[in-house]
Design a binder for this molecule. Sequence first.
Ligand code: BDR
Ligand code: CA
Length: 306
Amino acid sequence: RIPLLLDVDTGVDDAIAIALALRLGVFDLVGVTTVAGNVELERTTENTRRVLAWLGAADVPVARGMSRPLVRPLRTAAAFHGENGLGGFEPPPSPAATYPETAPEFMVRTARERPGEVTFVCVGPLTNLAVALGLEPDLPRLVRRVVIMGGAYTVPGNSTPAAEFNMYADPEAGDLVARSGLPITFIGLDVTHQVVLRRDEWEALEVASDPAARLVREVCVHSFVVRGIERFHLHDPLAVAVAARPGLVDVRESGVEVVTGLGERAGETLLVDRPGLPRHAVALGVDADAFGALFRSTLGLDGTPG
Ligand code: BDR
Ligand code: CA
């Protein structure tokens, strides 16, 4: 099994990503770290704890992380995720005790304890990982791989015309992480906009009884009913799937820069090749059918029990 640390700002698609990580059967989920993003930190942490408990995984440690971006105020995405961040779904509280370490400390300790073994999947603003790099500059040599949901490399953004939400929320953290020597696979809107849950599939889940399928049904209510969308983008679940099966995406090796500062392009991600700038794998293509089949069968969305 692949030791996995998942960094989240739960969040509707984060919740589904947690379910996928637990159900794929290839990961040893060593912990989940939380960050402020889609909603405030108290909420993303509480949502994460409740989602894990709902899925029978209350024993997985949840380490609470940074409550605001590195240098700028928090800008949430509650319009997309509902006021409570879970599209109005309120799973019961977790019976687990709260975890004492902060998220960046948890990241560093986990990597130090198992050098070269742990995969990080980060699907929120990159604040925790940026702080962890400050605490342990050797982190790039200690982690196996980092898969990041963030950026829009050849397509427009979703928070602004230039920027995808996770990079828009904390561009300074994103830029610091991209300039580090961490071995990163970036999963941006270029590929996540190609993987969707359709309205008819969501409607069919009305009768689902499996907890993972029920979770998908409940957290998507706000999106399909209140926002009235027809296709729900599976951003964060795709990042989890790529950690299990890298072949799902086609990547370009490139340096990445994130636009920082006060201009309207803050959070824009640029593919840049320059000597000295570390190269990462940037996903520009995805086998959407293969992902869809894996996603649906794993979460019991196609009638198969998960
Ligand atoms: C990303 O932004 C968040 O709202 C989602 O959870 C996802 O991580 C997509 O841009
Ligand atoms: Ca997220």
